[in-house]
Design a protein around this ligand. Structure first.
Ligand SMILES: Cc1ncc(COP(=O)(O)O)c(C=O)c1O
Length: 337
């Protein structure tokens, strides 16, 4: 049996999800006429107490639209140096928004209000004015670490004081909410825009939603069109997302439990020097006496797929298609390396 732990994006739609997709009511969404897309956008906006939503093909697109909304040439976004928007979106900050980026250090991929305060660039002739701060929750490169509301609120207050917008890359925000027990509405109240992915822990084949004010989402719709992201009968995909929101949120706790168990197994391994604290569904292990490449090929020989995540690190991600039987097999096979 192949156990694929490269990402939570590797899942296939469940039977229930496929049935929901099959029976979706659809229309042309570029004309705003797809009832299922409209229902999904409204459902997520209501959940987070935000005004409007925009369904997009990917989390990269929702993040990039938000960055373009809130920055521009000679403007700057502040984010952690390990942020997805900086590391893994193909230079989109520069290519799409023509903006600059200021990268901050921080433990497990997180930044504090003090870090932000110390790094705001004023509207000075020499500087790129800071117009956006972007946080990531859960933090992928931080090992699925999470922010608490108490950490975010002072950042929000600071941004408001300086007229800076606050964006959340919430690709795995539901993982964070399930782990912390905090409410979606409380999180919605902190941000100008939030990107939420349906194609990760929630198990959809495709899709992300950008949440924000009516005015921002109206502009975002036009930016999406210019990115080539206007979709037609996208309701088949939105139906999967609605199904996932109704059926796949609470079960994320199972993924977290399995990830914690994996973390404990890896901690005991002689080739592992450190496992990042496991809070959600991501497990990052630092290796010793072996390179990630050799470790990964030994894992692959045993039918386990994982990815390199830094010069001496590998990452495992639990998901909807990973069960207790696979967890047990994972433990047995890893021990044999
Ligand atoms: C934290 C984070 N943000 C954004 C994205 C982008 O999502 P997509 O792959 O849908 O473009 C990812 C993808 O893995 C991610 O992990």
């Amino acid at each position: 049996m192949i156990i694929d732990l490269r990402s939570d994006t590797v899942t296939k739609p469940t039977k229930g999800m496929l049935e929901a997709m099959w029976s979706a009511q659809v229309g042309d969404d570029v004309f705003g006429e797809d009832p299922t897309v409209n229902a999904l956008e409204q459902k997520l906006a209501d959940m987070f107490g935000m005004e409007a939503g925009l369904f997009c093909p990917s989390g990269t697109m929702t993040n990039q639209i938000a960055i373009k909304l809130h920055t521009g040439p000679q403007k700057e976004v502040i984010c952690h140096k390990y942020s997805h928007i900086y590391l893994y979106e193909a230079g989109g900050i520069m290519a799409n928004a023509h903006a600059s980026v200021k990268l901050l250090e921080g433990v497990y991929g997180k930044i504090t209000a003090q870090d932000v305060a110390d790094n705001i660039s004023a509207d000075d002739v020499h500087a790129c004015e800071t117009t956006l701060v972007s946080l990531e929750n859960t933090m992928n490169k931080g090992g699925g670490s999470i922010y608490t509301l108490d950490e975010v609120k002072p950042i929000k207050t600071l941004c408001e004081k300086h007229g800076i917008k606050l964006h959340l890359d919430g690709a795995r925000l539901f993982n964070a909410l399930v782990a912390s027990g905090e409410s979606a509405k409380d999180w919605g109240a902190q941000f100008d825009t939030i990107s939420i992915c349906l194609s990760k822990g929630l198990g959809c084949p495709i899709g992300s939603v950008l949440l924000g004010s009516k005015a921002d989402i109206k502009r975002a719709r036009k930016i999406r069109k210019s990115f080539g992201g206007g979709m037609r009968q996208a309701g088949y995909l939105a139906a999967a997302a609605i199904y996932a929101l109704d059926h796949h949120v609470d079960r994320l706790a199972e993924d977290h439990d399995r990830a914690k168990a994996m973390g404990l197994m890896l901690e005991k391994h002689p080739l592992v020097s450190e496992v990042f604290p496991v809070v959600t569904n991501i497990v990052i292990a630092r290796l010793q006496d072996i390179s990630p490449e050799v470790f990964l090929s030994k894992l692959a020989d045993k039918g386990i797929k994982s990815v390199k995540f830094g010069k001496d690190q590998v990452r495992f991600v639990t998901h909807l298609d990973f069960n207790d039987e696979m967890l047990e097999l994972f433990g047995e096979r890893v021990k044999e390396i």
